[in-house]
Design a protein around this ligand. Sequence first.
Ligand SMILES: Cc1cc2nc3c(=O)[nH]c(=O)nc-3n(C[C@H](O)[C@H](O)[C@H](O)COP(=O)(O)OP(=O)(O)OC[C@H]3O[C@@H](n4cnc5c(N)ncnc54)[C@H](O)[C@@H]3O)c2cc1C
Length: 421
Amino acid sequence: MPDADVVVVGGGIAGLVVARELVLTGREVVLLESRDRLGGQVAMHSVAGIDLDAGAEAFATRGDDIPALLDILRLTGEVVTPAADPAWLYRADGTAVPLPATSLLGIPAVPLARDVVAAIGRRAAWRAQLDALLPSLVGAKAETVGELVRRRMGAGVVDGLVAPVVRGVHSSEPDELALDRAAPGLRSALLKEGTLAQAVHAQRAKAPAGSLVASLRGGLFRLVDALEAELERFGVEVRTGTPVVEADAGGVTTAAGERVDGEVVLAAPFAVDAPRTRVRVATIAVDAPELGAPRGTGVLVARGAPDVAARALTHLTAKWGWLAEATPLQLIRLSYDEGVEVTPERAHRDAERLLGAPLPAPVDAAIVDWERVGRRADPEHAIDGMHRVGEAESGTGLAAVIRFARSTGREIPSEGSADEG
Ligand SMILES: Cc1cc2nc3c(=O)[nH]c(=O)nc-3n(C[C@H](O)[C@H](O)[C@H](O)COP(=O)(O)OP(=O)(O)OC[C@H]3O[C@@H](n4cnc5c(N)ncnc54)[C@H](O)[C@@H]3O)c2cc1C
């Protein structure tokens, strides 16, 4: 007899969501997580005594899956949107400008708007405006964000606006970021609206309450706690501190040598040949009550910007109202690529440059190392008789991860066991 109907490997958001879907079809589910906590890249840490997100801190508001899940978990009333101030761009010449107010992934909805001209110059803005004269089919078959924007709006928009946003938000480059994953619906909006600028405008108008991202009061990590409680309620056996070292269609073997039989769903990048990158996130707390929000909710850094090692800064207490209410301190988070030596001093120096203001030495700091997994080249999600979910399958970001885990959980045939529940 198998130990469970289904063994889920990995207790990140993908594993938690797929386990929930499966148990609701009446399956007996065991979830094995290597670390001593659930949540994966959605995690909590304390900085200056404040509990806040150490990994992902927001989700894209597009699509129905996250709202539906939050509703089920009774978290809808806890959803918060960030301050409306635009993020800023720190340019290669060391100056900073606000990112265009109406843009998506840095792609402007109004190419000749004053803030676009200020960011990339008049010449590049006029080239971007040519988008209005091109047939809608130009760029409509582009594979990547970079290809689409270059063809329609020119290299000035790609290098000056899109690249810093894509680097800061997706840890990627415009020419590597698949269009349909990063901006689902933008391609069809282009064909429908006729120009890329209009397509951006239409996509933005669809976002609820005008905000492209949202989070939870108290931190996004609360989603993990709610999912964990839900799995417990439904009787899923959750085992943390249990790395899986081997898996096949009939079950898995843990590092302790235990065999757990059952149908296997891999929700971890286990034996997956996908590109991996390391990112480091430094969060500093400074006592600077007069700081205000000099650069809105944060700053994205253009490649080649002088004297700054970070690729993005988030001014957490300017971005999230609940956090500003929770502490008189300023909380500032900086993201770094692999290979940069990150120290609290480095983060402090970068924060001063990017915010354009002197800051007192941090009263506390935390540095977290993350490994991120790119998308697997082979899009076959069930190989060797095992199902796969998680960011290597669906693409990075909670909207994609949750949507894919929900639909996969529902599609796995229940082999008659659904009747028992
Ligand atoms: C710093 C940072 C900021 C981010 N910001 C955002 C954001 O603002 N918005 C957004 O949408 N996304 C963001 N993301 C991305 C998002 O967090 C991820 O795409 C998503 O959480 C991935 O979920 P997952 O379940 O696929 O993978 P993971 O969260 O990586 O979970 C995989 C789990 O499997 C476990 N595991 C691995 N190997 C084994 C094994 N052999 N046996 C058992 N268990 C194993 C791991 O310990 C882990 O818990 C961010 C990521 C990082 C690192």
